[in-house]
Ligand binder design. Structure first.
Ligand SMILES: *Cc1c(COP(=O)(O)O)cnc(C)c1O
Length: 386
């Protein structure tokens, strides 16, 4: 039995996979079992920050792996402590809770927001306003938080306490927050799965001000936008706001599963012993990988991310078959004239891996992709878009 067949027989059928078995990878290149080379503009969905098996990252991870692979959160360990310090220093947030995925990072954000409000105002002030077109995860609560009706079927009953405002409509956010006695507003500064849509600056600052005035917490879901992806360490740093809670995961571990919920001044003491936990959270190996990632995303590196982003935008804007290009940094959405599936398949046949988001093509290249490979891949993509 081949791998494809074994997978089909034994792995739950929740994924519609492409017909390739990836066997190895280095940097921005992936190799399939049948020996074909691909330039990967998807990075394992914004996870492989420095591409596949980056040397310095691999060294940091394997060094930790042979020193102390896992313990429990009953003991102090160096990688998690140092990672938390680094994240706080680089963001201005005050405390970090570590988990293993984006959905869990958001679950923690929801718990912190609700407990902050419960501690201060008592029962009933628990609703969270999220935005239409958002995506916050696959657990029952984060599906509930996701502002897309298509995610609110099949698994009822869902967690209560989420209402959905129109993105870029601050009046709608305010109205829903007031009508529902909300405790928080949760936003993705660039909606990823919802179609790579950057929120407007005015909308974001208006929501930020409103939250400040009413003691609502502003939660930024930076699971996808975080960790250098948009050209700043976190996207909120380009929006001139200071969220109360920032959740992240995907690119944080550079290829290992780690989520983080960062908490600002107002909520830094909300979690107390016993109120939240995770067996694997802050695992030393994952934390060592993440420390390597965050440590390398300095201003010089981030300006390269922005330069590469500008290159892609200028190549694609107005190109044949392109209706428009959206996004921020190396998180890019392309509205295509051709059917997106066709473009993805043509690209794959010609050795370039790209993703979709809703009806758009989505690019999430490794942040350190060399210019030569990037331009080669964009050239092939442009041929396929025509
Ligand atoms: C991917 C994603 C999630 C879910 O992350 P998982 O690690 O798959 O649980 C949540 N929010 C956003 C914005 C995402 O892009």
């Amino acid at each position: 039995m081949g791998i494809t067949e074994t997978d089909k027989n034994f792995v739950a059928a929740s994924y519609a996979r492409f017909p390739i078995e990836l066997k190895s990878g280095k940097g921005s290149l992936a190799y399939s079992a049948d020996g074909k080379e691909y330039i990967d503009l998807g990075s394992g969905i914004a996870v492989n920050t420095f591409g596949y098996s980056d040397d310095r990252w691999t060294a940091a991870v394997t060094e930790q792996l042979s020193r102390l692979s896992h313990t429990s959160n009953l003991y102090y360990t160096e990688p998690a402590a140092n990672l938390a310090r680094l994240l706080c220093e680089r963001t201005g947030l005050k405390k970090v809770f570590f988990s293993n995925s984006g959905a869990e990072a958001n679950e923690c954000a929801v718990k912190v927001a609700r407990k902050y409000s419960f501690d201060k105002y008592g029962e009933g002030r628990h609703t969270i306003v999220t935005l239409r077109g958002s995506f916050h995860g696959r657990t029952i609560t984060t599906l509930s938080a996701t502002g897309q009706d298509s995610f609110h079927t099949l698994f009822s009953p869902f967690t209560e306490g989420f209402v959905y405002a129109d993105a870029d409509n601050a009046e709608d956010v305010k109205r829903l927050a007031q009508e529902n006695n909300a405790c928080a507003v949760m936003i993705e500064l660039v909606q990823g799965e919802g179609g790579v849509r950057a929120l407007g600056r005015d909308f974001v600052s208006e929501v930020f001000e409103f939250c400040r005035e009413r003691d609502l917490l502003l939660i930024c879901d930076e699971v996808q936008t975080g960790n250098g992806r948009t050209g700043s360490l976190y996207a909120f740093q380009q929006y001139g706001i200071m969220p109360d809670i920032v959740s992240t995961a995907k690119g944080l571990g550079g290829g290992l599963p780690i989520g983080a919920t960062m908490m600002g001044e107002r909520v830094e003491n909300v979690l107390t012993p016993g109120t939240h936990g995770s067996t694997f959270g802050g695992n030393p190996v994952c934390a060592a990988g993440a420390f390597n990632v965050i440590g390398r995303l300095d201003e010089a590196f981030l300006s390269e991310v922005r330069r590469k982003s500008d290159m892609i935008f200028s190549q694609l804007r107005g190109a044949d078959g392109v209706k428009n290009v959206t996004g921020l940094g190396l998180m890019i959405g392309i509205e295509t004239e051709k059917d997106v599936r066709t473009v993805i398949n043509d690209c794959r046949e010609r050795g370039v891996l790209v993703l979709s988001a809703k009806n758009k093509l989505r690019l999430l290249p490794p942040l350190n992709i060399p210019d030569g490979l990037l331009m080669k891949a964009i050239g092939i993509l442009k041929e396929c878009l025509k």
